[in-house]
Design a protein around this ligand. Structure first.
Ligand SMILES: [Zn+2]
Length: 99
């Protein structure tokens, strides 16, 4: 599987580290709502199809990337810098929403 880093170009997936589900939204750090924190820490989507993911180019420029990957085919349809990905390209789960 190749991931096209916006800085470095196409690179083997072995250069990247999976950083997690890109659908999560961190609650306000001052929040004491246990359900919001529980959802942030433990709830994960497990779609058969397009999935928003965060990867780090750990073996390259070290940039964090927002990747849309098809979990069935591993085809990558979008790669952006994570800092630019206010809303993922493929849907977004509302905080606390059930999968
Ligand atoms: Zn890179």
């Amino acid at each position: 599987m190749l991931i096209t880093c916006p800085y470095c170009g196409p690179r083997d997936v072995s250069e990247f580290a999976y950083q997690g589900d890109g659908n999560r939204t961190r609650p306000d750090p001052a929040s004491t709502d246990p359900e919001a924190w529980n959802a942030y820490v433990y709830d994960r989507l497990n779609p058969a199809g397009l999935h928003n993911e965060i990867w780090q180019h750990a073996g390259g420029c070290r940039a964090h990337l927002a990747v849309v990957r098809d979990t069935l085919t591993h085809e990558i349809s979008s790669v952006r810098f994570a800092r630019e990905h206010g809303a993922p390209a493929h849907g977004r789960r509302k905080p606390g929403a059930k999968a």
